[in-house]
Design a protein around this ligand. Sequence first.
Ligand code: G
Ligand code: G
Ligand code: NA
Ligand code: MN
Length: 254
Amino acid sequence: SQLEAELRQALSLGDLRLHYQPVVNVAGGVIGAEALVRWQHHERGLVAPGEFIPLAEQTGLILPLGRWVLQRACEQLAAWAGQPGLDELVLSVNVSARQFRQAEFTDQVRAALRASGARAHLLRLELTESLLLTDTEEMIAKMVELRAEGVGFSLDDFGTGYSSLSYLKRLPLDQLKIDRAFVRDVLTDPNDAAIVRTILALARSLDLRVVAEGVEIDEQLHFLRQHGCPAFQGYLFGRPVPVHEFERACRPAA
Ligand code: G
Ligand code: G
Ligand code: NA
Ligand code: MN
């Protein structure tokens, strides 16, 4: 397709960008960021990943694209080293199923860390539940290998998929991300409120970090804090923005 050809070209021309969305703690301090890819299209302007990630997955372009994202994210982490307000931020990177399943994935992550000099414990990879459902043992082995380097793992969109307690216990995770669909209706839908409380309790009992996604209003934040949620992401705190804008918001005021 034409879009495929254009995306291929965008990759080689360097027309992809990473935007950064803050993750904050209960005190409102920025503790990390999620890197989110955008395509700076010469005619269409900034294209959101929803419009090209599925195509990239189908065509296999997700492999070079995902590799570029990893490299760029690690370079950014290295650039933040020693900078007040930025030095200790944990950077989360989305990893697609096809990318994680390739045999060279662990080598790619190690290479990106080495080439950039980024500290591995500041890199957190976001995986989805569905990714881990097939060849689970193989996937766990990859996670264990990268965790030995210091890299962390988040389970993205948590609550939307298959998630028995025994299954979750087997996964070498660091963090759960409560899907924004539950946060959206947490004030009006008793089922969603119950799911959010259950995920928070689950995270506590499994000794996992937890982040609530899609926090847009004070009342949602209040509910989440009341039930012990320690970290938040969403438009209430900041949209995904270009790196310089993100940095401005994180640096201590002069
Ligand atoms: O930023 P936005 O809300 O438009 O992102 C839409 C979707 O694209 C999200 O599900 C997000 O996880 C995914 N996405 C964003 N950046 C990346 C990336 O670098 N790699 C992969 N695989 N998915 C991404
Ligand atoms: O699937 P994933 O969780 O990776 O998707 C992350 C996407 O969610 C980001 O691309 C971002 O644009 C979007 N997002 C982040 N915060 C909010 C929010 O508060 N509300 C909504 N509707 N979307 C958000
Ligand atoms: Na994500
Ligand atoms: Mn998510």
